[in-house]
Write a protein that binds this ligand. Structure first.
Ligand code: SF4
Ligand code: SF4
Length: 106
């Protein structure tokens, strides 16, 4: 997700799939298919925007509010609205009804 890896702490949370519900970004319990859980890194980092058209730049991610509150990219931004990092069972079922969780959405 980052264009400047120096500030990233490699937690991998921003590479979770997400949905937007009533303008709120909500994390799903799945990672992007290009995320390697062993290294917690993107396996296609140099061509991530080509490999995953839903992958966001840091600037886009800040604007949309996809970084968790303690991420170094946003934790010092006073007006930043972080995502909800857990979805309900009902929200997850709604997502699974309409989407393939193996897809590239991020
Ligand atoms: S392509 Fe997927 S794993 Fe790679 S940075 Fe984007 S969201 Fe993360
Ligand atoms: S949430 Fe922040 S620290 Fe964690 S992987 Fe994403 S950019 Fe890096």
């Amino acid at each position: 997700m980052t264009s400047d890896r120096d500030r990233c702490e490699r937690c991998g949370r921003c590479c979770c799939l997400k949905m937007i519900l009533d303008s709120e970004v909500v994390y799903l319990p799945f990672h992007c298919g290009h995320f390697d859980p062993a290294t917690r890194l993107c396996t296609v980092y140099d061509r991530r925007f080509e490999a995953n058209p839903h992958c966001l730049t840091v600037e886009e991610g800040i604007e949309l509010g996809v970084f968790p509150a303690d991420c170094p990219y946003v934790r010092d931004l006073p007006d930043y609205a972080p995502p909800r990092t857990e979805c309900t069972r009902e929200e997850l079922e709604l997502y699974l009804e309409h989407t393939d969780p193996a897809g590239d959405a991020s």
